[in-house]
Ligand binder design. Structure first.
Ligand SMILES: *[C@@H]1O[C@H](CO)[C@@H](O)[C@H](O)[C@H]1NC(C)=O
Ligand SMILES: *[C@@H]1O[C@H](CO)[C@@H](O)[C@H](O)[C@H]1NC(C)=O
Ligand SMILES: *[C@@H]1O[C@H](CO)[C@@H](O)[C@H](O)[C@H]1NC(C)=O
Ligand SMILES: *[C@@H]1O[C@H](CO)[C@@H](O)[C@H](O)[C@H]1NC(C)=O
Ligand SMILES: *[C@@H]1O[C@H](CO)[C@@H](O)[C@H](O)[C@H]1NC(C)=O
Ligand SMILES: *[C@@H]1O[C@H](CO)[C@@H](O)[C@H](O)[C@H]1NC(C)=O
Ligand SMILES: *[C@@H]1O[C@H](CO)[C@@H](O)[C@H](O)[C@H]1NC(C)=O
Ligand SMILES: *[C@@H]1O[C@H](CO)[C@@H](O)[C@H](O)[C@H]1NC(C)=O
Ligand SMILES: *[C@@H]1O[C@H](CO)[C@@H](O)[C@H](O)[C@H]1NC(C)=O
Ligand SMILES: *[C@@H]1O[C@H](CO)[C@@H](O)[C@H](O)[C@H]1NC(C)=O
Ligand SMILES: *[C@@H]1O[C@H](CO)[C@@H](O)[C@H](O)[C@H]1NC(C)=O
Ligand SMILES: *[C@@H]1O[C@H](CO)[C@@H](O)[C@H](O)[C@H]1NC(C)=O
Length: 837
């Protein structure tokens, strides 16, 4: 090589002289002096594409060279034999920095030697920093930040940065980067090799980066990207498009402005053949409760992330025979969320008391597809995934969430009356306030906790529109329902779901109760005007609940006992006050033939009492079959009182009431008569009716003892003195009375298995409604409608009734409701809600 050079030098001496002469006519002469110990080497060599060598030479010490190498401590003067050396030569300036041998020169990196002394050739500055295995090195790039480019791309302005790391002795390419990107820092360990390419025409005289030492990063590298606005970045795994080093870990960190959202998508990837561990990506996402979120490379990657996040690629131990290749090219897209991002809503709770409002992520099934990044911000500053606002102040909130259906609102308000003198007969209107309805987030639950002093007040709830109880037979399909549950700690009692459009006029509850308005469809906002429930404080009564029902002629009213799928709580009594209009007759039908309840202590009872006649029938729910469909010409009470049942043998009853015009009785009868052949039947019916009538008459002779229809507003019974409580125990339990009744009652059991009212004294005054007028005479005959109605009914055993019926509401099939969000059910299946939840 040296010999060849020498020969060439001798051969072209003439040319050299010519150059020398040109020298005097303005050819630039360069002098490069490298101080001792600088660790710098300058190398000038033919560029690519290589042009014929004879066209240009480096002339140094009067010799023609094709390469020139200048080492630390050298001082070399040279010039080029042609006018356009930039087309022939490139210059490489390498600086070795050995942090293991001595202190590391951290800080701003200089271009050395200064670009002003270098010839205008394509330049590559290389810094080769070696450090201990556990020292982290961080390259920090000042503006403009860097943009990674793919293997066959080049930078528009020709300025590029090639960055490599080191694993033991092998070099790992981290990537090639142009200017104008998002990469602000690259952290590596063990060493870094950075090559800055500057084209000859570029007058850049600064490196644009600095180096800092950091503690160990425990991985191959960390690349930090900073977004200042909307934009995107494409990034690649180390060595891309070649394989990612085996069993390595690489992390990308992303700094995203608070008002924007980031989404990750994998553009290209391949996975290797792992023998140990699994190749995967892991995310740390703000707001995620399951960090790190682990995804396979094949998975759909998360989107709409708000806030800074990081992403790590973890390799595996590859199969030595057939390692395959792990590589990844991905894009991060940062965008403005579509809407709502800078609308501010005022939630003024300054006039509220004992109220809280929570905007939180909707309960959803845990899935790997969890997409976080849905925030509620207070005063546009502090954003969180779950925000609770409390009463007493005014709150300004905004949303950073492009899919607001992922949030819902739960609110709770406590209305307490502690002084019965003050709140007796006072009433409140329970309505979802407008400041909740204005929010772009769906209300889930609004709970009113209604608290009254123990044993002195009870509550009456009167809805603006009559309510329907949600049952399997007639499911609620409205956009909202009220869930009524006891709010007494330890009392597991929920009355059920009630929605508007039924026959329940009033619900009275004995003590502390929570009324929860739960929405089931996004169109609640439109139907919100239909919600208005008035609660008033009324004198205390003994039953857990009293339902006032005024059926209409059009449809059956389905009613069922509280705590449906767990059974009526033990020693609990509930009543239904069922009105029958003057010209109608009501048919009362029970779903089951038997209740199946097995009592451990006490007795389970049902009393059906005609309000006017005060004639009652008492049924033991344990032993007897439930009554066959029966007809009532006047308003009547149904009272169900539970014993303390054996586990698994709970009491639950479903019954329905339907009305039919009284006149049909006659018509049908006449038809029956005219039709002939029914004469005998008719006569038979007459006999039965008379028997019934007689029985009722007999009953009405007895004292008015509707002991279980504890009622609020009614005055003391007709003969208060005579029928006062005899038990010393003031709280003498109603069930003790039942037991006593039973003692006498069994003697009076009639053929149908129902009890006649004992004509003996009772232990509690009648508190139920007392019709002043004598009972109207029993029907002449109601056999025909009986037959007709019962055949219309499906046989009791026909209706399937699951014990664990989920309180699931059918979906309204409105087109405008299903707004494309198929992941989130519009209506949710509900487990029975715990009281006070
Ligand atoms: C110098 O770099 C430019 C691109 O930046 C390239 O087109 C040119 O070929 C290079 N010159 C040499 C001699 O390598
Ligand atoms: C960087 O961005 C600036 C402003 O947008 C533009 O003028 C410049 O040409 C860009 N440079 C490169 C290398 O893309
Ligand atoms: C780089 O060049 C600019 C002018 O182009 C000059 O102001 C600056 O001092 C130079 N910096 C260095 C480090 O030479
Ligand atoms: C950086 O280097 C300095 C001196 O070399 C040392 O004192 C310091 O602890 C190092 N910092 C880290 C984070 O390694
Ligand atoms: C890499 O994955 C692509 C699909 O993503 C596939 O078409 C290609 O064959 C794979 N290459 C290798 C080398 O496995
Ligand atoms: C990733 O983010 C999490 C949470 O912000 C942080 O604890 C972790 O240190 C980060 N990891 C890296 C490598 O940046
Ligand atoms: C969002 O805020 C910016 C500036 O604060 C304003 O220019 C823009 O109109 C707002 N957008 C909406 C939808 O309110
Ligand atoms: C939101 O916060 C409230 C109050 O701290 C808490 O009860 C609720 O469970 C939280 N919701 C979620 C989804 O984390
Ligand atoms: C109802 O709540 C009030 C207020 O918390 C309490 O004083 C009262 O004892 C509760 N009633 C019952 C039956 O627990
Ligand atoms: C809800 O059910 C009632 C009958 O129960 C029916 O008349 C009404 O059309 C239903 N509404 C919707 C939206 O399905
Ligand atoms: C709600 O009902 C109460 C009592 O009936 C009434 O005073 C109030 O005006 C109603 N509110 C609305 C908005 O209908
Ligand atoms: C029973 O219901 C009727 C009709 O709604 C009502 O007039 C009557 O006052 C109720 N009785 C009691 C005791 O609440």
């Amino acid at each position: 090589m040296a010999g060849l050079n020498f020969g060439v030098t001798v051969a072209v001496l003439g040319v050299l002289l010519l150059s020398a002469s040109r020298l005097s006519s303005g050819v630039e002469v360069y002098e490069i002096a490298l101080p001792h110990g600088s660790g710098i080497t300058v190398f000038i060599k033919p560029g690519t594409p290589t042009l014929p060598m004879k066209l240009c030479h480096i002339i140094s010490s009067r010799r023609k060279e094709t390469t020139l190498s200048i080492k630390s401590g050298d001082k070399i003067v040279f010039y080029f034999s042609c006018q356009d050396p930039e087309n022939h030569f490139v210059i490489e300036i390498q600086k070795n920095i050995d942090c293991m041998a001595g202190p590391c020169p951290f800080g701003e990196v200089q271009l050395q030697p200064s670009t002003s002394v270098l010839p205008s050739l394509n330049r590559t500055f290389i810094w080769d920093v070696r450090a201990h295995k556990n020292i982290g090195l961080e390259l920090q790039f000042s503006h403009p930040r860097l943009r990674q480019i793919g293997p066959r791309e080049s930078c528009p302005d020709g300025v590029s940065h090639s960055i490599s790391g080191r694993i033991d002795t092998s070099l790992v390419r981290i990537g090639t980067f142009c200017r104008n990107g998002t990469v602000s820092r690259i952290k590596m360990q063990e060493g870094v090799k950075m090559a800055l390419h500057l084209p000859w025409f570029h007058d850049r005289n600064i490196s644009g980066f600095s180096i800092a030492n950091r503690s160990s990063i425990k991985r191959l590298c960390i690349i930090e990207s900073v977004f200042e606005g909307e934009g995107s970045a494409t990034l690649m795994s180390a060595n891309y498009p070649d394989g990612f080093p085996e069993d390595e870990l690489m992390t990308w960190q992303f700094i995203i402005p608070a008002h924007l959202r980031a989404s990750v998508s994998f553009l290209h990837f391949n996975v290797s053949n792992c023998v140990k561990k699994e190749e995967r990506v892991e995310y740390y996402i703000p707001g995620s409760t399951t960090n790190p979120e682990v995804f396979k490379l094949e998975d759909k990657q998360p989107g709409n992330m708000a806030g800074n996040f990081n992403l790590s690629l973890q390799g595996c131990d590859q199969d030595a025979q057939n390692p395959g290749i792990l590589r990844l090219q991905f894009q991060v897209l940062v965008q403005r969320p579509q809407d709502e991002s800078n609308k501010t809503y005022v939630v003024d709770l300054s006039n509220e008391q004992a109220m809280s409002l929570t905007i939180e992520p909707r309960l959803s099934k845990q899935s790997r597809k969890f997409v976080p990044g849905c925030f509620v911000c207070l005063d546009s500053r502090t954003c969180s995934t779950n925000l609770t606002l409390t009463s007493g102040s005014k709150h300004k909130i905004s949303f950073l969430c492009d899919d607001l259906t992922r949030l819902w609102i739960n609110a709770e308000k406590t209305i307490t009356c502690m002084d019965h003198r003050y709140c007796h007969r006072k009433s409140y209107s329970l309505q979802v306030p407008w400041y909740i309805l204005q929010l772009p987030v769906q209300l889930h639950d609004f709970s009113w906790k209604l608290l009254v002093p123990k044993d002195s007040l009870s509550l009456a709830l009167v809805p603006a529109q009559k309510l329907q109880q949600h049952t399997h037979e007639r499911a609620c399909n409205t956009s909202f329902s009220y869930l009524l549950a006891s709010a007494v700690p330890g009392q597991e009692l929920y009355f059920g779901f009630f929605c508007s459009g039924g026959s329940i006029e009033q619900i009275q509850v004995k003590q502390n109760v929570s009324v929860t308005l739960r929405t089931f469809a996004p169109n609640f906002q439109q139907e919100a005007s239909r919600q208005n429930l008035t609660v008033s404080f009324i004198p205390h009564f003994k039953e857990e609940g009293v339902f006032t029902v005024t059926p209409d002629t059009k449809s059956k009213v389905y009613l069922r006992t509280p705590n449906w799928d767990r059974g009526l709580p033990s020693l609990t009594s509930v009543s239904w006050n069922i009105s029958v209009p003057r010209d109608q007759v009501a048919c009362l039908t029970f779903l089951k033939e038997r209740t199946g309840v097995v009592c451990q202590t006490g007795r389970a009872f049902m009393i059906i009492q005609e309000q006017r006649a005060r004639a009652e029938e008492i049924f033991s729910l344990e032993e007897e079959v439930l009554p066959k469909p029966s007809f009532h010409h006047h308003s009547f009470w149904v009272n169900i009182s539970n014993c303390s049942p054996a586990s698994g043998k709970q009491l639950d009853l479903l019954f329905w009431v339907s009305l039919s015009p009284r006149t049909t009785d006659l018509t049908v009868i006449i038809i029956a008569v005219v039709g002939g052949g029914a004469l005998l039947l008719f006569a038979l019916g007459l006999i039965i009716c008379f028997v019934k009538k007689n029985r009722k008459k007999k009953i009405t002779k007895g004292p008015a003892v509707g002991i279980y229809n504890g009622n609020v507003n009614t005055q003391m019974p007709m003969q208060p003195k005579k029928f006062q409580k005899r038990r010393k125990d003031n709280d003498s339990h109603v069930y003790a009375v039942i037991d006593d009744t039973m003692v006498y009652g069994h003697l009076l059991q009639d053929a149908n298995g129902s009890f006649l009212q004992p004509e003996v004294d009772t232990y509690r005054p009648f508190q139920g409604p007392t019709g002043d007028r004598p009972p109207s005479p029993p029907p002449i005959c109601s056999r025909a409608p009986t037959a007709k109605l019962t055949t219309e009914e499906p046989s009791p055993g026909f209706l399937p009734e699951s014990e664990s019926e989920p309180y699931a509401f059918s979906h309204p099939k409105d087109g405008n409701i299903s707004n494309g969000n198929t992941d989130t059910p519009l209506l949710d299946a509900h487990k029975p809600t715990e009281p006070g939840e």
